[in-house]
Design a protein around this ligand. Sequence first.
Ligand code: FES
Length: 80
Amino acid sequence: MVKVTICMGSSCFSRGNNHNLEAIRSWLDANGKTAEVTLKGCRCGGKCGVGPNVWINEACYSDVTPDRVPELLTAAFAEE
Ligand code: FES
């Protein structure tokens, strides 16, 4: 099970995690992975300056954009 935690703090949300959340959901749907992931939101993770931040398993990815989502998720599922 891949664990994705997306920062929903106001800074990350306004810097792009609203769009990253849509990109994550649509990648999971398109790849039939919805049942193999735990997708959660979290409050500010204290790294606003480098946001938007997304945690995949134990790794924090900063400055995430929707076009990076497929690469990050593909790598995470490949490690499973
Ligand atoms: S709002 Fe995301 S780290 Fe602060």
